[in-house]
Design a protein around this ligand. Structure first.
Ligand SMILES: [Zn+2]
Length: 231
């Protein structure tokens, strides 16, 4: 059950202060429309009532998908803490909550504890939500993203590539989209599902840390790239 609340906001452009309404949690089963608004980014977009500027609001949000037994937590810096320490705090709090739940509910782990990820930006949360919606495991998706990014960077024609993301379109087709260093999209590839299936089969990852991102995936990707035939 989501609780709507308001947060203070000061427009960076015109200085007007307002109080946008935000949501602290989204349950994909009971609030499918809110889940779609996470994926589209609408949940984080806000228009300043003073000047009409569109901004992205970043606020803490819990995204729960009980069907896929996954909790995604968007963490922002708490007052007096760095973002890094706020992430550590969130992970520690999650462990405490799970310990309390386990004491009360025998099925707590099955229902709430299987998969837990922490992210720090709305775009990271959107991407994880899209990966969930596509029925994929974000660990292998991050490894594939890391590999394809390395390959793109090696390719002389596409040296502008700085980052990439997994995305799904309205017809649920899966893509990897490439961005330059200003965050502008500059190309896309179809998501390599056969390769994904092959590495899921091959790697059989057991490790499932709360933070699964490009830095986590880099060493796995490097090892896989060494094994690929070169031409
Ligand atoms: Zn404004």
């Amino acid at each position: 059950m989501s609780e709507a609340e308001r947060i203070p906001f000061k427009c960076p452009k015109c200085g007007k202060e307002s109080e946008p309404e935000i949501q602290r949690s989204v349950n994909t089963v009971t609030e499918p429309e809110a889940a779609e608004r996470v994926i589209s980014g609408d949940l984080f977009s806000y228009q300043c009532p003073g000047c009409g500027t569109d901004v992205v609001l970043t606020f803490p949000l819990l995204y729960q998908d009980l069907v896929r037994r996954t909790t995604l937590q968007l963490v922002t810096a708490k007052s007096g803490l760095t973002l890094e320490d706020s992430v550590k705090d969130a992970i520690a709090e999650r462990e405490t909550t799970m310990a309390e739940l386990r004491a009360k509910l025998p099925e707590a782990d099955a229902d709430f504890g299987e998969h837990f990820r922490v992210v720090t930006t709305p775009d990271d949360l959107r991407e994880k939500a899209m990966i969930l919606k596509a029925g994929l495991d974000d660990r292998y998706v991050e490894i594939i993203k890391s590999m394809t990014l390395s390959i793109q960077k090696q390719d002389g024609e596409t040296t502008d590539v700085a980052s990439n993301r997994f995305m799904i379109d309205d017809e649920n087709k899966n893509f990897i989209v490439y961005f330059d260093e200003n965050g502008e999209p500059i190309g896309e590839d179809t998501f390599p599902k056969e390769f994904y299936d092959a590495i899921v089969d091959d790697m059989k990852l057991v490790d499932e840390p709360p933070v699964v991102d490009a830095a986590w995936a880099a060493s796995y990707a490097a090892k896989l790239l060494e094994r690929l035939p070169t031409d």
